[in-house]
Design a binder for this molecule. Sequence first.
Ligand code: HEC
Length: 109
Amino acid sequence: MKTSSLVAAVALVVTPVLALPVFAQKPPLKASAHKPDAIWRATCGYCHGSVPGAPELRGIGLSEEAVVTVARQGAPGMPVFHASEISDADLRVLARWIAKQPTPVKAAP
Ligand code: HEC
């Protein structure tokens, strides 16, 4: 299929680049960051609940599937997150975590 060969081609080009030390500070996520709260802070929380227009996602009753779908498809004002940026496994862990979070306590004004 055309899309998969494109993905494979991109992976072939991108993988060695990510291995270069000069890019070491900017991989999508470090191995130690595979905890959902760390993924949240690194990939979603700097917008969601932090900037106008990006709603808090925790504690609003979103389903795991809805989170995965929006992350992969993007939304107005929100980038698409590709598998090279957040793996399927990490996205699944993150979505499950978001779906079951209580509403966060708002910081005192
Ligand atoms: C650059 C800022 C930004 C980042 C980063 C971002 N989002 Fe968003 N997201 C938005 C905005 C803005 C909207 C609202 C779009 C709209 O109003 O239609 C949104 C909407 C959503 C929605 C729909 C919310 C609803 O109530 O239906 C989901 C789910 C979502 N984002 C998940 C994520 C996840 C998961 C991540 C991290 C992997 C993420 N977003 C990262 C900006 C961002």
